[in-house]
Ligand binder design. Structure first.
Ligand SMILES: [Zn+2]
Length: 167
């Protein structure tokens, strides 16, 4: 998934208004922020395979550390733990950040072909393959993104024009 991930960040603001939108954005996209670094380090790999799905030619053949369910639990705990440490003990906020990090797996599971690992072993890989139905996938992304912005604007009150138009 692409912009649909941000819907979770926008929506999470309702449950923990103290967390900045920037931190929530990092949390929802943490997997995709880690992944290119692990690729550059040669730890994870992908191939270019035109037709792999209708949306993208990327064949995610090995990305268990950035995109497995177990990996994202660990990254979520590390990220939320760092937030908890820096913010001096906001446990609820840290718990929500962990969930936001984990949400990446669920949304990618919906769109990716069965390439989403459960564990660091790549034996079990799952995915519903919505990227093979581009019109449905794009509609879902837009609806999720719009819904997230709607939730966010209902929950927050802008202080100035930057907040009004730039969220
Ligand atoms: Zn991803």
């Amino acid at each position: 998934m692409f912009i649909g991930h941000y819907a979770v960040a926008f929506g999470a603001k309702r449950y923990s208004p103290d967390i900045s939108l920037g931190v929530l954005f990092i949390a929802c996209q943490l997997a995709d922020l880690i992944w290119p670094n692990l690729v550059l380090l040669g730890i994870e790999t992908f191939n270019i395979d035109p037709g792999n799905t209708a949306i993208t030619p990327l064949d995610f053949n090995h990305y268990p550390y950035s995109h497995s369910l177990v990996g994202l639990v660990i990254w979520g705990v590390i990220f939320a733990g760092g937030y908890y440490f820096i913010k001096h003990g906001k446990f609820k906020a840290a718990s929500i950040l962990t969930i936001v990090v984990l949400s990446h797996w669920l949304l990618d599971f919906i769109t990716h072909r069965p390439d989403m690992p459960l564990t660091f072993s790549t034996a079990t890989r799952l995915g519903l393959g919505l990227w093979n139905l581009p019109a449905v996938a794009i509609c879902l992304e837009l609806v999720l993104f719009g819904f997230g912005i709607w939730l966010y604007t209902r929950q927050t009150r802008p202080r100035d024009n930057i907040g009004t138009y730039g969220l």
